[in-house]
Write a protein that binds this ligand. Structure first.
Ligand SMILES: [Mn+2]
Length: 348
């Protein structure tokens, strides 16, 4: 099984009162159009956004609706809040659990409408609801699971961050890119980097960074980190330049993966002697259970996966959204991607 996926378009809608529900639905409809969804799926996106936004107003203390276009044919909608949480998740999914609104179709209807649906809640700490819509809503399955969230700089509609996946039978390549600055020119640099990853994932982490460094010379430049996991040798290789952070969590072997300082594509003036250092790789064993978190500098380092018990039984984008919620710096594009060994199919 091989595939490619690129996540580059994003909306971040604050929902604090009823008047903002309409804006959430409008953003969902824009995301559906950008993903090329058909009329039925577009209507589902609007319904989900309306329902989830209404829930944020009625049951939380407000929150945010994050929407991403996951390549052609898929929209991801994530509602995050720091509200009271849901004490009885199973009861909240039944149809007679009303949002108290004539508009509210209920979380049960959301689950039925979405191609993928997940909900994580802790009493006193808040809730994350994930819904994915569209014919391409399923991610690569198998031994490696990936999920993430991206949000734009608050003053921009173009997103300077992005992430891309390329997978073959035994190998998963994940790239997280932060185009320098923000806005349209940052988005151009990010796009150029992700297209290179899409075209030649077989190059490996260091080789891809070298290609991206070369290819981005005509752009403003970017920070990027590439992680490649070989499921046969159970090895992770990581290479990064600039402020994209990698943290690997394994039992008794947590590790921060260090990116080199610098800007990809800005190497015109850099001496030849400095270039080979780009190739530097970090290698680590990839043995279940392992969780790799990659994030751009729109996210601080002030988060700890121990604060989110039980997320390993949920979609990986749930953990990404929790980290986003609690460590967002603000005033920049932001990306969190979670890559992990499958909790459903542990390797023998
Ligand atoms: Mn940034």
């Amino acid at each position: 099984m091989t595939g490619r996926m690129m996540v580059t378009e994003a909306w971040d809608v604050t929902v604090a009162d009823e008047s903002q529900v309409h804006g959430a639905a409008a953003a969902a409809s824009a995301a559906a159009l950008a993903a090329g969804l058909d009329a039925a799926d577009l209507a589902t996106c609007e319904l989900l956004a309306t329902e989830l936004a209404t829930n944020l107003v009625r049951h939380a203390v407000g929150g945010r609706l994050l929407m991403n276009v996951s390549g052609r044919g898929a929209v991801q909608i994530v509602a995050v809040d720091r509200g009271p949480g849901i004490a009885d998740v199973a009861a909240s999914m039944t149809d007679d659990f009303s949002t108290g609104s004539s508009l509210g179709a209920g979380l049960g209807a959301c689950r039925r409408g979405a191609a993928q649906f997940d909900l994580y809640s802790r009493v006193g700490q808040g809730t994350v609801v994930l819904a994915r819509v569209g014919p391409a809503a399923a991610e690569p399955s198998g031994l490696i699971e990936v999920g993430g969230v991206i949000t734009p700089h608050p003053d921009e509609s173009a997103v300077g961050d992005g992430f891309g996946l390329a997978w073959e039978t035994h190998r998963m390549t994940v790239g997280v890119v932060d185009g320098l600055g923000h806005g349209v020119e940052a988005a151009e640099a990010r796009q150029a980097a992700l297209e290179l990853l899409e075209q030649q994932p077989a190059l490996g982490s260091a080789g891809l960074l070298r290609e991206i460094d070369e290819g981005l010379r005509v752009t403003r430049g970017a920070a990027a980190a590439i992680a490649q996991i070989d499921g046969w040798s159970r090895q992770l290789s990581f290479a990064g330049v600039g402020n994209v952070t990698g943290r690997l969590f394994r039992p008794r072997a947590d590790q921060t993966l260090i990116s080199r300082p610098g800007i990809l594509g800005a190497g015109h003036g850099v001496g030849v002697a400095a270039r080979p250092r780009l190739h530097r790789l970090v290698s680590a064993d990839w043995i279940a259970p392992a969780v790799l978190v990659l994030h751009t500098d729109g996210i601080t380092s002030r988060w700890d996966p121990a604060d989110y018990p039980g997320t390993d039984h949920h979609h990986p984008a749930i953990l990404a959204a929790l980290i986003w919620r609690d460590a967002l710096r603000g005033g920049d594009d932001a990306t969190v991607v979670v890559v992990r060994t499958s909790s459903r199919n542990p390797p023998p």
